[in-house]
Design a protein around this ligand. Structure first.
Ligand SMILES: C[S@@+](CC[C@H](N)C(=O)[O-])C[C@H]1O[C@@H](n2cnc3c(N)ncnc32)[C@H](O)[C@@H]1O
Length: 319
C-alpha cells in the first residue's frame, strides 16, 4: 500500500504567496507580517449600549477584566485589543450579553461601502456567522428590513444566536444557496460577502485558513462566486447597489468575478470613501485584461491594514 508522503502535504507559504509578489506592496514586509498573530478587534454594540455613560462604564469594566485596547480612529465603535494573547473576548460576560461583538475591523469595509439606510430592503446573501448583518443592523439603528441568508445550517445556528445576542429585531434568516435565492422581494441592496479561499486571513501555521490547500475535490470557488454575484444583480432593483467582498488576494476570486458580471449584465462600478488606505483593483492579471473601471474596486493587504486582507467592489445595477 502506498504511504502518504508528509512532505507533500506541507504548505510552503513563501512559495504560495510568491505568485502575488508583483501585486503585494512591500512583499518582504508582508511575509514578515504573517509571523505575527492575528490581532483581535471588537466593536461596541450601540443597539444595547445606547449612551456615552454606558459606553464609558462598559470600557472601564473591560479594562478591569484585563482587556487592554485602543480605539480604532477610522471606524466608529471599533477597538483593537493590545494584549491579544491574554484575552479571549468570547468568554466575557459582556460578549454573552451582546454589549460587544468580536470582529476584525476590515469586516466593516463592505458595510461602509454598502451604506445601509433605515427603511431599505437589504439581502445579506452569505451572512453567517453574522458580523456584517450585525453591523448593518447597528448602523441603521435596527430599522432596515434585512434578510440574512446562508446555505449552511451549522453556520445559520451561529447566525441566529448572534442576531439574538446582539438584540437585532430587523433581520429574518433564510437558508438558500445564494445562487438560487428566490425572486419575489425586490431588494434595494445586496451584500455578497462571498465564500473564498481566505488568503487574507492567513498566518504562519494556519494552513487550514487557505481553502485552496484542501486538496482534490475542492469546490471551484470562482464559479460559485460568479453564480452568487449574478444572482445578487438579478435580485436587486434597477439602480440598486450590490457590494461584493472577499477576504482573499486572488484576482480570480476578486476582479475576475466582478469583470464576469460586467460582461453578463449592465452594471457599473462605483467609487466609495474608504476609511483605510487601499490599493486599486487590478485591470489585468496573468495577461487577462479586465474592465478598466475595476480600478475603482479596492484591495486591502493584511500587513497594511493590520487586520484581515480584504477586497471590496461596489456595483450599481443599471437596467
Ligand atoms: C465569508 S463567510 C461570510 C461571513 C459573514 N458575512 C459575516 O460577516 O459574518 C461566507 C459564507 O458563505 C456561506 N456560503 C457558502 N456557499 C454559499 C452559497 N452557495 N450560498 C449562500 N451562502 C454560501 C458560507 O456558509 C459562509 O458562512
Amino acid at each position: 500500500m502506498a504511504r502518504r508522503n508528509p512532505e507533500k502535504r506541507q504548505f510552503h507559504y513563501q512559495e504560495y504567496f510568491s505568485r502575488y509578489e508583483s501585486l503585494i506592496p512591500d512583499f518582504e514586509e508582508f511575509l514578515e507580517y504573517l509571523r505575527t498573530p492575528m490581532p483581535q478587534y471588537f466593536r461596541i454594540n450601540t443597539l444595547k449600549i445606547t449612551t456615552e455613560a454606558e459606553k464609558e462604564r462598559l470600557l472601564s469594566i473591560l479594562r478591569e477584566k484585563g482587556v487592554e485596547f485602543e480605539r480604532v480612529n477610522e471606524v466608529e465603535e471599533f477597538y483593537r485589543v493590545l494584549n491579544n494573547e491574554e484575552v479571549s473576548l468570547g468568554n466575557l460576560k459582556e460578549y454573552s450579553l451582546g454589549f460587544i461583538h468580536s470582529m476584525t475591523v476590515s469586516s466593516s469595509l463592505p458595510v461602509i461601502a454598502l451604506e445601509p439606510k433605515p427603511g431599505e430592503v437589504i439581502l445579506d446573501m452569505c451572512a453567517a456567522p453574522g458580523g456584517k448583518t450585525g453591523l448593518i443592523a447597528m448602523v441603521t439603528e435596527d430599522k432596515v428590513f434585512l434578510v440574512s441568508n446562508d446555505k449552511r445550517i451549522d453556520r445559520l445556528t451561529a447566525l441566529v444566536s448572534n442576531i439574538k445576542r446582539l438584540g437585532i429585531t430587523c433581520a429574518i434568516t433564510t437558508r438558500y444557496r445564494g445562487e438560487q435565492f428566490p425572486f419575489g422581494i425586490t431588494f434595494d441592496k445586496v451584500l455578497v460577502d462571498a465564500p473564498c479561499s481566505g488568503e487574507g486571513r492567513y498566518r504562519i501555521g494556519l494552513e487550514g485558513e487557505i481553502l485552496y490547500q484542501k486538496g482534490p475535490g475542492r469546490a471551484n470557488i470562482p464559479a460559485i462566486q460568479k453564480g452568487l454575484l449574478v444572482r445578487a444583480y438579478d435580485l436587486v432593483k434597477p439602480g440598486g447597489i450590490i457590494v461584493y467582498s472577499t477576504c482573499t488576494i486572488n484576482p480570480k476570486e476578486n476582479e475576475e468575478v466582478v469583470d464576469y458580471l460586467l460582461r453578463k449584465r449592465q452594471a457599473e462600478i462605483l467609487d466609495w470613501e474608504s476609511p483605510f488606505e487601499f490599493y486599486p483593483g487590478l485591470t489585468e492579471w496573468e495577461e487577462r485584461p479586465y474592465h478598466p473601471s475595476l480600478v475603482l474596486t479596492k484591495r486591502y493587504y493584511t500587513h497594511k491594514i493590520k487586520a484581515v486582507g480584504f477586497y471590496v467592489a461596489k456595483i450599481r445595477r443599471i437596467a
